[in-house]
Design a protein around this ligand. Structure first.
Ligand code: WT7
Length: 652
């Protein structure tokens, strides 16, 4: 298991605090007691198809299914033969059913501008933009890349694609032009939706400039639609680039939602795996709708008058599932914020909670640790008494941060849901149901109804309770990924082959005697840096692409704030000399190749890297070095023993 999580493992092994759901909370919750959860869990385990069919019936289908699940491992089809549309379920269902004038989104820009879109207003915008796409000749099945900041037009663009059956692929605004090229090329996108720029900490993130650079290498893209946000000067290429507002002014209001097969691909979202090439995770219409709807309703216990705020960026799966598709399907009011948590001051999030009367708040451990460092005075400036439930996602949460979240933000009143899931799972898998399950700081607690999770050995045998092992999911679930875009073999190989017959998550975990799961972090070459998922191989490839670099090895090391930090070991081409300037140049290079979140935190130059006799880089040794410890482990397969001594010398 990666050493990066050891400090957390030590602390959670000693963790025995337990917090029961407050009685008042349970009384009003969707699931009110442990008994009720257990009954539901058993019912779903005994008859998963019956269970999911009942959930699905709460949504709208143009045509019913003939079969709930067709499972030819690892290939799943959910709601076979059914037709549905996510945009219909998010919008038309509410507008026609009486939620016409309820706020769907309360959006706040970083400069402080506020816009509220009711379900009806959002519905009209989406229909118009769907017509814009159709007018540009974009058809059902085409791929549309979306590269935007956190403005309401981003969910409008996603829902418009979903409405006509175009498959969207949102690319996080922090990715570089080069990363855009890889993702656009892989999916052969026909159009890009973007904006001039986005506000972040008072600065402009120049999105259109990156798109212009990327598109020089992307011949499949015929159209670019540009939303005006910052009004900075940009180039508009004749015939290719169109202003959002010009096209919207001409578009018709009415565009009926296209009935789509339940397995029609809704979106592709790229994520990092264990190789250098990002994987296009494919989610489909029916199952994803059911999974995100159910988990939003149950985990966040959403009721008609809640105001939900998930602080994620829509560029990641958390935003797809818990800003857009989940909350809108439940008919909730969602807060969306454009900018940074420390602009103009360190209390911006809490100012937003107080101003918009947020009741359910969902953020990441890396953010919580940062807030902790900034100090309680910032949340304490604001009346946050509307909060009733807090959520965490993205990485293991250390008990100290969990307790701070509970005490300082939740004032010891609000249950915390620590939600474990992945881009691949589409929706939350392991999490407390807040009215039913007592929480322990650092544990994601129990699998949700319908989810069969287990901790096993490499051979797939269940490990004894209390022991560490690999986290697997044993039965298919509706919101599971269907494939890797363009690479079904990799899907099969990566997730369903290591441990026979089950879905391998890539995470290590432990189940305690109460059946609570404790997630220990990744056991593969995937890093989790401030909740951003990065591949060591991807960063290595970026480094090696630099003309002065001969070889590179990247490992994670524990970092108090970021969870993990990126440590790079680099050997240079002959003729190139190590220097502090070159370190900076390489860091900037990685930012350009991937995005600034992937910049190595430290770079060490070395003459050689430790390798096994078969030529594999011994990352374990490098991890130990990066952590500052002595190299203790087994070094018998090391090809050149002097390498370690050399590396240690280089440090001085
Ligand atoms: C990886 C997935 C899905 C939301 C955002 C991340 C880690 C996620 C938790 C949690 C411990 C967690 C895992 C997982 N992770 N949530 N509550 N406790 N670890 O999505 O980028 O696909 O990353 O994030 O290691 O495998 P992602």
């Amino acid at each position: 298991m990666s050493s990066a999580t050891h400090s957390n493992i030590d602390s959670i092994l000693q963790e025995n605090r337990k917090f029961e759901p407050p009685a008042e909370f349970s009384r009003h919750a969707h699931i009110k007691s442990l008994e009720e959860y257990e009954k539901l869990y058993k019912q779903a385990a005994d008859d998963p198809e019956g269970f999911w069919a009942e959930v699905a019936k709460e949504l709208h289908w143009f045509k019913p299914w003939t079969k709930v699940l067709e499972w030819d491992a690892p290939w799943a089809k959910w709601f076979v033969g059914a037709e549905a549309n996510l945009s219909y379920n998010c919008l038309d269902r509410h507008v026609l059913g009486g939620r016409r004038h309820k706020a769907a989104f309360i959006w706040e820009g970083e400069p402080g501008d506020v816009r509220t879109l009711t379900y009806q207003q959002l519905w009209l915008e989406v229909q118009k933009f769907a017509n814009v796409l159709l007018d540009l000749g974009i058809k059902k099945g085409d791929r549309v890349a979306i590269y935007m900041g956190m403005v309401p037009e981003l969910p409008v663009a996603m829902l418009a694609c979903a409405r006509i059956g175009a498959t969207h692929s949102v690319i996080f605004g922090g990715f570089s032009a080069n990363a855009l090229v890889d993702r656009i090329t892989d999916q052969q996108a026909v159009a890009v939706i973007t904006q001039d720029g986005s506000w972040r900490r008072g600065n402009e993130v120049k999105l259109k400039v990156a798109v212009d650079e990327a598109l020089e290498k992307c011949p499949t893209v015929k159209h670019v639609v540009v939303y005006k946000r910052t009004a900075s000067a940009i180039n508009m290429k004749e015939g290719r680039d169109h202003w959002w507002h010009d096209l919207m002014a001409k578009a018709k209001d009415h565009c009926p939602a296209e009935p789509l097969d339940a397995e029609h691909p809704l979106y592709i979202l790229y994520t990092s795996g264990t190789t250098g090439k990002p994987k296009g995770i494919v989610h489909t219409t029916g199952g994803y709708a059911v999974g995100t709807y159910y988990t939003t309703k149950m985990v966040f216990d959403l009721k008609e008058d809640d105001t939900f705020w998930c602080t994620a960026d829509i560029g990641w799966v958390t935003g797809h599932s818990y800003i857009v598709y989940g909350p809108l399907q439940t008919g909730a009011t969602t807060v969306m914020y454009e900018g940074a948590p420390n602009f103009p001051d360190l209390d911006r999030f809490w100012a937003l909670v107080a101003k918009h009367k947020v009741t359910v708040f969902y953020t990441a451990p890396t953010a919580i640790r940062t807030f902790m460092k900034w100090g309680a005075e910032y949340p304490n400036r604001h009346d946050m008494s509307t909060l009733r439930l807090l959520g965490s996602v993205g990485e293991p949460i250390n008990p100290e941060a969990w307790m701070w979240y509970r005490d300082v933000i939740g004032k010891d009143r609000c249950p915390i849901v620590d939600t474990w899931w992945q881009t691949e799972t589409g929706a939350i898998m392991i999490s407390p149901l807040p009215g039913a399950i007592a929480t322990k700081p650092g544990s994601a607690t129990k699998p949700l109804p319908g989810i069969i999770a287990e901790v096993v050995t490499r051979a797939g045998e269940k490990v004894p309770l209390g022991s560490g092992g690999f986290l697997v999911i044993k039965k298919p679930w509706p919101s599971m990924m269907r494939t890797i875009y363009g690479d079904p073999e990799r899907y099969k190989h990566q997730y369903w082959s290591d441990i026979p017959g089950v879905y391998f998550t890539g995470d290590g975990a432990r189940e305690d005697k109460d059946g609570y799961f404790w997630i220990m972090g990744r056991v593969d070459d995937v890093l989790n840096v401030s909740g951003h998922r990065l591949s060591t191989m991807e960063i290595e490839s970026a480094l090696v692409a630099h003309p002065k670099v001969a070889e590179a090895a990247v490992v994670g090391r524990p970092d108090e704030m970021k969870g993990q930090a990126v440590s790079a070991f680099v050997t240079l081409e002959s003729g190139s000399k190590p220097s502090p300037e070159l370190k900076e140049e390489l860091r900037a290079w990685v930012a350009k190749e991937i995005g600034s979140m992937a910049k190595p935190d430290d770079i060490r130059f070395t003459d050689t890297l430790p390798k096994t006799r078969s030529g594999k880089i011994m990352r374990r040794l490098l991890r130990e070095l990066a952590t500052g410890g002595d190299v203790k482990g087994d070094t018998t397969t090391l090809e050149d023993f002097t390498v370690i001594a050399k590396l240690k010398e280089d440090e001085q």
